[in-house]
Design a protein around this ligand. Structure first.
Ligand SMILES: [Zn+2]
Length: 359
């Protein structure tokens, strides 16, 4: 009987130990789970693996704070659109993947709009509509202010085949194995429709000097940059091309020209220093127009990327052609050209308001 009691109490002790171990295990597992969940929820808003869980929360509870107390909400945006837009970087290292570009014929538009003071070289020259409008406004003002009317838009959009033909012709001419003057097919900015070459009907050799220096000084006011400057050949890997201009949009052209940045340097700056989660780049290019700009990484494992955008404010989204999107928010003004300081004419009322999301 005594032995039985002893066995019984031993059995109770064992059971208690097992129970305590079980409770301890459950407690540890719970603690780890709570920690994990907490950690997950402190991740940045658009972190891709949890986006489907966090996205609905974002819209109902627009937490992320920003300058001027802007409320942000997430919009679903096709990830493939990172290869489209006015700020895409196309160079020797970064191929252009776009297609079905919306284009206008330069000479047709000049005739239709009865533009004066400049010309297109022939009917084949095509540009993106936004670029054509900006370029035409700029060249018309240049002609009026300088009383010069010989600027010719020599070249614009090129197909891959046209770029290849130019490349082959350059090899034939130079006898080199790789061209030092012409970009490989797929790697030319001309294929985007956002680039053009200027010349003059007087010299057919545009150097951007003398009276024509006005264009380099004022092109930012139209969202245009000199793409391959003399002091940046190491960055662009392209020789100085005083004739080659690129459309990027006014706030960006302003910031690049003020800070002497190429498109390579500017897109890198946005990616590294101004991601959405961090500070946003504020750009005020005149008394009436103020923007903020930030970078959002693309969610490459999903068809769509959630992009935080301001609620109730005008904004545009452009891809950077590699790893994400650049959002431009118009805090004040609507991103139109600043009123010309030297011309007495009233700024025209714009016929086409840009929509919230570009192209
Ligand atoms: Zn060019």
């Amino acid at each position: 009987m005594a032995k039985k009691t002893k066995n019984k109490s031993k059995s109770i002790r064992q059971t208690r130990i097992v129970t305590e171990i079980c409770i301890a295990t459950v407690a540890i597992v719970s603690a780890v789970y709570v920690l994990k969940v907490t950690y997950d929820h402190t991740e940045a808003v658009p972190a891709s693996p949890f986006i489907e869980i966090s996205a609905p929360e974002d819209t109902t509870e627009p937490v992320p704070e920003g300058p001027d107390k802007i409320i942000y909400e997430s919009v679903e945006y096709p990830t493939a659109k990172k290869f489209e837009g006015e700020l895409i970087l196309v160079n020797n290292d970064t191929e252009y993947y776009g297609f079905n570009e919306e284009l206008v014929s330069v000479t047709a538009k000049i005739n239709e709009e009865q533009r004066k003071g400049f010309a297109g070289s022939d009917d084949s020259v095509q540009l993106r509509p936004a670029f054509y409008n900006a370029l035409a406004d700029m060249l018309e003002r240049f002609s009026t202010e300088k009383q010069i009317d010989d600027v010719v838009i020599l070249d614009g959009y090129r197909t891959t085949e046209e770029q290849q033909a130019l490349y082959d012709a350059d090899l034939a001419e130079t006898g080199l194995e790789t061209s030092e003057r012409v970009a490989k097919a797929g790697f030319s900015e001309h294929q985007t429709g956002y680039a053009c070459d200027l010349t003059t009907a007087t010299t057919w050799d545009y150097d951007g000097q003398g009276d024509y220096a006005w264009i380099d000084e004022h092109c930012w006011e139209y969202g245009i940059i000199l793409r391959y400057p003399k002091d940046k050949t190491a960055v662009t890997q392209i020789q100085y091309e005083p004739w080659h201009y690129r459309y990027v949009g006014i706030p960006h052209a302003y910031y690049m020209s003020q800070n002497n940045l190429t498109l390579e340097e500017y897109t890198e700056l946005l990616r590294t220093t101004f991601p959405y989660e961090s500070q946003h780049l504020e750009i005020q290019y005149d008394a009436d127009n103020k923007c903020e700009v930030y970078f959002v990484k693309s969610d490459d494992s999903n068809e769509n990327t959630y992009i935080p955008v301001p609620s109730g404010k005008k904004y545009t989204i452009s891809g950077n052609n590699s790893d994400g999107f650049i959002v431009t928010v118009y805090l004040e003004g609507d991103g139109q050209s600043p009123a010309p300081t030297s011309a007495p004419t009233e700024p025209e009322t714009s016929e086409s308001e840009t929509t919230n999301i570009e192209e």
